[in-house]
Design a protein around this ligand. Structure first.
Ligand SMILES: *[C@@H]1O[C@H](CO)[C@@H](O)[C@H](O)[C@H]1NC(C)=O
Ligand SMILES: *[C@@H]1O[C@H](CO)[C@@H](O)[C@H](O)[C@H]1NC(C)=O
Ligand SMILES: *[C@@H]1O[C@H](CO)[C@@H](O)[C@H](O)[C@H]1NC(C)=O
Length: 361
C-alpha cells in the first residue's frame, strides 16, 4: 500500500512540475554560432516569454555578465538592449570576446532553460618576439622565435635582409602551436644580419625583426650595489660572447657630489683588459675601482667588443660606497636619475635607507 502512495505522490509532483513548466518561461529566440571581425558590433538575441519574477542570466563561459537587467561585468562594451538581447560593441580579438555565451533562466524545477552562442572573433595577425637580438658565433646555432596570434590562422614566412628564406640543410623552419621557430645550424658569416618573420591572414599582415649577431650580448652587472669599503668598489659583470672578448670599456661617474652640489660628476673612462678566453659563452669580469668618495652613489655602464664589433652599452648600474658624512636622501637624488628605470629608483631608495641606517645606528 505504502508503495502505491509513493508512486501516486511522485506522479502528482511530476505533473505539477510539468504544469509549472508549461506556464513557465520560454525562449522565442534560439542560440547561434557567430563569426565576426574584430571591431564589429554584434547582437546576441535572447527573447523570453513568461519570465515572471525569474532572473535571466547572461554568461560567458562560467562568468556571469548580466543578472536580470543588472550589468555584472565591468566590460563596458556589453550592454542589454530591448529587454535581454546582449549587444557587444567593438568586439576584441581572441581572449577578448571569443568564446561561449549562454542566456539562461533557472526556474528551480527541472533543467534550466539555456540558449547557447558560440562567438568567434576574427582578427589580423599579431606577432611578439621574445628576443629581438640573438647572439651566436660561427659554427654555433641560432634560434629565432616569433609567437603569432591570428584568426584565421596566419601563414608565416621568414626573411633575411628582406630576401625570403627557404629551408636548407642548415636552416629549418618549424611551428608548434603559435610558436614559429627559425633554426640556423652551424652558423656561417653570411648568416649574420637582420631577419624578420611575416604573418599573413585574410585580415592583414604583421612583421617583426630579429637581429642575428656575433657581437657580444649586453653586459649584465652581478655585483651587489653596496660597496664593502669607503673608497673602493669591486664591479662585477658578465658578458655573453662565443668568440673571445677583445676589449672592455667602463664608464662611471658620481651622482650628486654632495647635498648642496646636486650635479653628477664627470665620467671616468676606463679600459679594462680583456679577460682570458672563458671557454664558454659567458665571460665573467671583475674590476676594482679605487679612490672613490665615501658615502657616495655612482652610476656605471659597460661596453664589450669581440671580433664582430662592439655590443650595445649595458643598462645603467648604480652602486654606493660605505659611510661618509654627506648622506644622500632618496628624494634628493631622485630628480637626477633621468635614465633610471623604476627598478633602479627602488634600488637607490633602498640604498639611501641603508645609508641612513648605517649612519645613525
Ligand atoms: C612557445 O614559446 C613560449 C616562449 O618560449 C613557451 O613558453 C611556450 O611553451 C611555447 N609554446 C609551445 C606550444 O611550444
Ligand atoms: C632591420 O630592418 C628593419 C626594416 O628594414 C629596420 O627597421 C631595422 O632597424 C633593422 N634592424 C637592424 C638591427 O638593422
Ligand atoms: C659640495 O661640492 C662642491 C663641489 O665639489 C664644493 O664646492 C662644496 O664645497 C661642497 N659642499 C659641501 C657642503 O661639502
Amino acid at each position: 500500500m505504502e508503495v502505491s502512495w509513493l508512486v501516486l505522490a511522485a506522479i502528482f509532483i511530476a505533473a505539477h512540475a510539468q504544469n509549472n513548466r508549461n506556464d513557465g518561461p520560454r525562449f522565442l529566440s534560439r542560440g547561434h554560432s557567430f563569426r565576426t571581425v574584430v571591431g564589429d558590433t554584434l547582437l546576441l538575441p535572447c527573447q523570453v516569454q513568461n519570465l515572471g519574477s525569474l532572473v535571466l542570466l547572461w554568461r560567458r563561459g562560467p562568468a556571469v555578465l548580466t543578472a536580470a537587467s543588472l550589468m555584472v561585468t565591468r566590460d563596458e562594451r556589453f550592454r542589454l538592449v530591448d529587454g535581454y538581447n546582449l549587444q557587444i560593441t567593438d568586439v576584441g580579438p581572441q581572449r577578448g570576446h571569443s568564446g561561449r555565451y549562454a542566456c539562461t533562466v533557472d526556474n528551480g524545477v527541472g533543467a534550466p532553460l539555456v540558449a547557447e552562442f558560440q562567438l568567434q572573433v576574427l582578427y589580423p595577425p599579431e606577432i611578439t618576439v621574445e628576443r629581438s637580438w640573438v647572439h651566436t658565433g660561427e659554427g654555433f646555432r641560432a634560434e629565432l622565435l616569433c609567437t603569432v596570434l591570428a584568426d584565421p590562422p596566419a601563414e608565416v614566412t621568414w626573411y633575411q635582409n628582406s630576401f625570403p628564406l627557404s629551408a636548407s640543410e642548415r636552416v629549418t623552419m618549424s611551428a608548434r602551436g603559435n610558436n614559429h621557430t627559425l633554426l640556423i645550424a652551424n652558423v656561417q658569416p653570411e648568416d649574420f644580419g637582420n631577419y624578420s618573420c611575416v604573418a599573413d591572414n585574410s585580415l592583414g599582415r604583421a612583421r617583426q625583426h630579429v637581429e642575428v649577431s656575433g657581437r657580444p650580448g649586453p653586459a649584465r652587472f652581478t655585483s651587489a650595489p653596496l660597496a664593502r669599503s669607503h673608497t673602493r668598489y669591486v664591479l662585477a659583470f658578465a658578458v655573453d660572447s662565443y668568440p673571445p672578448l677583445d676589449e672592455l670599456r667602463l664608464l662611471y661617474r658620481q651622482l650628486a657630489i654632495n647635498e648642496s652640489f646636486q650635479q653628477p660628476g664627470r665620467w671616468h673612462d676606463v679600459v679594462i683588459p680583456a679577460p682570458a678566453p672563458a671557454g664558454s659563452l659567458t665571460h665573467r669580469v671583475t674590476h676594482e675601482l679605487r679612490g672613490l668618495e665615501p658615502g657616495a652613489v655612482y652610476e656605471s655602464i659597460v661596453q664589450a667588443k669581440n671580433r664582430y664589433g662592439w655590443n650595445e652599452v649595458s643598462d645603467i648600474f648604480q652602486f654606493h660606497t660605505l659611510g661618509g658624512t654627506h648622506t644622500a636622501h632618496a628624494d634628493e637624488l631622485t630628480p637626477m636619475f633621468s635614465s633610471s628605470t623604476r627598478k633602479q629608483l627602488t634600488k637607490s631608495i633602498i640604498l639611501a635607507l641603508y645609508t641612513f641606517l648605517t649612519y645613525f645606528i
